[in-house]
Design a protein around this ligand. Structure first.
Ligand code: SF4
Length: 372
């Protein structure tokens, strides 16, 4: 694919492009908390949170995180469970674990200072080429490009580039173009302006070309092909999965188990759950999974609630049962640890969003009356 890609030369005047884009950014940019400082630590946290997550969702998480861990040293000294707890609901928990490990490496190997050498920064966990460019251009005005969904859409349209921006030759062309376009000064502002234009004006569908500061320079707009760029492939088909989960009571406490350190939701706590096997009814799965996953026996009593949630292209329906402990002690090839916890204490544990909904359900006042 690489050699077949037509590489358009830049048809625009770079100084004019810089002037128009930066003037628009100065006028129209959103006032976001991480834009109020050039602290590389705050920029780094915001950039990691913004991966795969909307700006509006990130703002309260960012503020809580910076209040709890105002410096790299505070983050490095925190327990992993505290970091995960503050990340709860943002998803993609690996980002939080990598951030925490990288902070510890910065303290151990870099005197507590975020490295300003791109290759050194890129060697830290969870920091790729985009994050290196974002941190170093915004905090130190280093002349480094960035490329993410918004800026790549703007560049493809600006130059009429029709290839798939995630692949091969188009991907390489995009990085080259993002670098070639950089101004001599205000590089961080320029990078943010490209992303901001993609977020606010040059949107995936129905771009607002009439409000665009670089309208006169745009190839896709001139040819009327802006809605066809960039090329999009169909998302994978949704897969429906049914699961059963068990809230196992022993007296007034419930069994809570910790997932392994690898894989999805690594290190988070949960009520044990498993997918239904072929031909199995949910209550049969519930009865099977307790001894299989925890080594304990329980009498399945009643259905508590049904939750629906999505993980990537999986649409998961989880039916939760209440059960009462009958015997056995914790033994598992999957879970790392188990605790018996009063429902009111579950809020101290880092859990995934659907599991938090189960924990909150257990605290409903009417439900407490009906428990025993
Ligand atoms: Fe995007 Fe339209 Fe601006 Fe071109 S003119 S960059 S398509 S908003």
């Amino acid at each position: 694919m690489g050699s077949a890609i037509k590489i358009p030369k830049s048809p625009i005047s770079h100084p004019q492009f810089h002037r128009l884009l930066l003037a628009w950014f100065d006028r129209c940019r959103r006032d976001l908390p991480w834009r109020r400082s050039r602290d590389p630590y705050a920029i780094w946290v915001s950039e990691i949170m913004l991966q795969q997550t909307q700006v509006a969702t990130v703002i309260p998480y960012f503020q809580r995180f910076l209040e709890a861990f105002p410096t790299v040293a505070d983050l490095a000294a925190a327990k992993e469970s505290e970091v995960l707890r503050l990340w709860e609901g943002l998803g993609y928990y690996r980002r939080a674990r990598d951030l925490h490990r990288a902070a510890q490496q910065i303290i151990a190997d870099h005197d507590g200072r975020i490295p300003q050498e791109p290759a050194v920064l890129a060697a830290l966990p969870g920091i790729g080429r985009y994050t290196v460019g974002a941190i170093l251009s915004q905090a130190f005005d280093q002349r480094l490009p960035i490329l993410e969904t918004n800026s790549q859409r703007v560049l493809c349209r600006l130059f009429g580039q029709r290839g798939d921006p995630r692949r091969g030759g188009t991907r390489r062309w995009l990085w080259e173009m993002a670098e070639a376009l950089l101004p001599a000064r205000r590089v961080g502002a320029f990078n943010q302006a490209l992303m901001e234009l993609g977020a606010l004006v040059c949107t995936p569908t129905a771009p607002r070309c009439e409000a665009c500061p670089v309208y006169a320079l745009c190839t896709a707009r001139r040819r009327g092909i802006q809605e066809q760029i960039p090329e999009r492939s169909d998302p994978p088909a949704a897969v429906a999965i049914q699961e059963a989960a068990v809230v196992l009571y022993r007296g007034r406490r419930v069994l809570f188990v910790q997932r392994p350190q690898q894989g999805r939701w690594a290190g988070l706590w949960e009520f044990p759950h498993a997918p239904l096997e072929k031909g199995e009814r949910p209550e049969e799965t519930a009865a099977r999974l307790l001894p299989q996953l925890t080594g304990m026996d329980g009498a399945i009593r009643s259905e508590l609630l049904t939750l629906r949630h999505s993980v990537t292209h999986h649409r998961i329906t989880m039916i939760c049962f209440q059960a009462h402990y009958q015997g056995g002690s914790f033994r598992s090839d999957f879970y790392r640890r188990a605790r018996w916890v009063a429902p009111a204490e579950l809020k101290a544990f880092p859990v995934s969003a659907p599991q938090r909904r189960v924990a909150q359900f257990l605290l409903q006042p009417n439900r407490q009356l009906n428990l025993f």
